[in-house]
Design a protein around this ligand. Structure first.
Ligand code: NAD
Length: 300
């Protein structure tokens, strides 16, 4: 990096953006900050940030623009809306969207900026505002190798783990998939814990058991690893038995009035798999069943 530190236009100074911007200032970058809430930039101004009245003002002379906003429409608005950054962005600037938005919106933003001769990459983050404060975010970098190299000094100030997600738009894709898994699993875990309480089972016992099984470890690296992912659907544990077992849990939950919406939906997938003739296949064949329902079956 040159002796003259680059300027960053930082847009969106909420729970995440505020501490991320603060860490960039601590690292020596010059910041021009904008938030629709005029008070949001005040703590940063005390450490040298210039508070701007519009996104285009924040883009003035900026080498980078970082957006950290609630959704994709707002990202588009601060870039292309009235007083949008596009009005002042210089052609060498790199736009980095670190928000969690719809991946196809990311693709369109990358294309639309490219049409103006401006580069954009996606770099959504994992973890929470606690790690944003300490500079220990997980950064999922989508973009070309050159873009990631250019942005790495910034990422190193905001995060402690940077993953090259494999190209433009791939950061937001892996972020959405990761969040989908953990958010859905949160709900399924709550069902299991509530059933555990309903049955009078010690939760620590359940934890001890599940920490060593696919229930706690997830399927990708356990039940799928040597089966469906290797094209082998011969049964280690049959879909028929899995269908029976999820039914046992749902039946007892019904008796106890424990709500199990995730489990009820899962049983239907196992029922579909059986109806499709997969009863004697390994339970990892549920992947093939879902691919089939999505018109994407691999026909292993
Ligand atoms: P937040 O709501 O705290 O902050 C959003 C900021 O954007 C606010 O300060 C708001 O005033 C500002 N804003 C809204 N519209 C604007 C506009 N048109 N122009 C300029 N500023 C505008 O949200 P957050 O928790 O900081 O999250 C930001 C993004 O990061 C989201 O996409 C979120 O999904 C993602 N994220 C959040 C977390 C978390 O733990 N909070 C973790 C990972 C990713």
């Amino acid at each position: 990096m040159s002796a003259i530190m680059p300027t960053i236009g930082f847009i969106g100074l909420g729970q995440m953006g505020q501490p991320m911007a603060a860490n960039l200032i601590k690292g020596g970058f010059k910041l021009r900050v904008y938030d629709v809430n005029p008070k949001a930039g005040i703590p940063l101004a005390a450490s040298g940030a210039i508070i701007c009245k519009t996104p285009s003002e924040a883009a003035q002379d900026a080498d980078f623009i970082i957006t950290m906003l609630p959704n994709g429409d707002l990202v588009r608005n601060v870039l292309f809306g009235a007083d949008g950054a596009i009005n002042k962005l210089n052609k060498n600037a790199l736009v980095i969207d670190m928000s969690t938005i719809h991946p196809l919106q990311t693709d369109q933003l990358i294309a639309d900026l490219k049409a103006h001769g401006i580069q954009m990459m996606d770099a959504p983050v994992g973890r929470t505002s606690e790690q944003a404060i300490t500079g220990n975010l997980l950064i999922l970098a989508g973009g070309s190798a050159d873009q990631i190299t250019k942005a790495t000094p910034l990422f190193n100030l905001m995060g402690s783990e940077i993953i090259n997600a494999g190209g433009p738009g791939m950061g937001i894709r892996v972020k959405i998939i990761n969040n989908y898994m953990s958010i859905a699993l949160n709900s399924l875990s709550a069902e299991a814990a509530t059933l555990c309480e309903g049955l009078g089972l010690n939760f620590d016992t359940a934890l001890q058991v599940m920490s060593g099984t696919p229930a706690g470890k997830g399927h990708f690296t356990t039940s799928w690893a040597n089966k469906v992912l290797k094209g082998d659907l011969s049964p280690a544990f049959m879909i028929d038995h899995a269908h029976k077992d999820i039914g046992l849990a749902l039946d007892v939950a019904n008796t106890l009035h424990v709500a199990m919406p995730m489990g009820a939906a899962a049983r239907e997938v196992y029922s579909q798999a059986r109806a499709a003739g997969r009863g004697k296949q390994d339970w990892s064949a549920i992947l093939e069943q879902v691919r089939h329902t999505s018109g994407m079956e691999k026909k292993i």
